[in-house]
Design a protein around this ligand. Structure first.
Ligand SMILES: [Zn+2]
Length: 291
């Protein structure tokens, strides 16, 4: 009798767990959501999540490209309501946004947010845009992402564990877009020139600096883009983004560097030379923004 009781108890606990797991699978909750915002998805969890989305939704496709210094390829995940993933054809009638995540994997917010965005677009929680295709590199610095720790970003408020800034050979990938010493940079180039995005977004997190704003934007210098495109970024894209976020109580302000200086001496804006992601994409007339 006692054995039966234990058996039933174990069975009920197991079935409860299974039910809970299957519920979570059905709702496609991310690691970030399941941990109440305390954890970020690992590299394997991230790729598995997008693979699951691609199996479940016709609007999502996942591909792999080239190699990185970790030995693993980069992935490109694309969402298109029309279900077309041929970029040559796409750009004839649709505009393309490319989101890069995890260039510094410890700056994990974009990794988790983009997983949620793709799910919510695919399942209709957010209306999927007809004329815009969104593509993402889920984690650009794969080697750094695999090198998880809890101690290299002590100024930052979470997550519990996260990837390391340097890649598999300890390069800072956000200095390597022109020199391309890393296989990551060369594979990025392959993806970038295949996708040819109209807009490029590179997601970061400040290194624990105490900004009063949750969000800061670093648009590529509009003067560098020049002409009508530069004017469009400065006079239209930036103010529209700021006012739309303000309406949702998510104020955003330009990113500034404040190292070793008092505010009285003024703030200087960040100059994104082409060795940085958005500086590189500006060379090809893509509107670039770091967040
Ligand atoms: Zn960064």
């Amino acid at each position: 009798m006692k054995n039966h009781f234990i058996f039933i108890l174990v069975l009920s606990v197991l079935s409860f767990n299974c039910k809970e797991i299957s519920n979570k699978k059905n709702t496609l909750e991310t690691v970030f959501e399941m941990s109440n915002g305390k954890e970020t998805a690992t590299y394997d969890e991230t790729i598995l999540y997008y693979t699951t989305l691609a199996k479940k939704f016709k609007s999502i496709n996942i591909d792999s490209y080239g190699e990185t210094d970790s030995g693993l390829p980069l992935h490109l995940v694309t969402i298109n309501s029309a279900g077309n993933f041929n970029f040559e054809e796409i750009r004839k009638s649709q505009r393309i946004v490319l989101i890069n995540n995890g260039i510094h994997p410890g700056e994990s917010d974009g990794i988790d947010a983009t997983m949620m965005l793709f799910r919510d677009l695919a399942n209709g929680t957010i209306e999927i845009p007809e004329n815009t295709v969104i593509a993402t590199i889920p984690i650009y610095n794969i080697g750094g992402s695999l090198n998880r720790n809890s101690t290299t970003r002590t100024n930052q408020n979470g997550p519990v564990s996260y990837g390391f800034r340097g890649n598999a050979r300890n390069y800072d990938l956000n200095r390597d877009f022109i020199k391309a010493d890393t296989k990551n940079a060369r594979s990025f180039t392959e993806i970038f020139h295949k996708v040819k995005p109209d807009v490029f977004i590179d997601n970061h997190v400040s290194n624990g600096a105490d900004y009063q704003y949750t969000l800061t934007h670093l648009f590529t210098q509009h003067n560098k883009l020049g002409g009508p495109l530069g004017k469009f970024v400065h006079d239209s894209v930036m103010p529209t983004l700021e006012s739309k976020l303000r309406a949702k109580q998510w104020d955003i302000t330009p990113y500034v560097n404040v190292f070793n200086r008092t505010p009285e001496s003024g703030f200087s804006q960040f100059m994104d030379h082409p060795r940085y992601s958005t500086g590189y994409t500006t060379l090809f007339n893509t509107i670039g923004m770091m967040v």
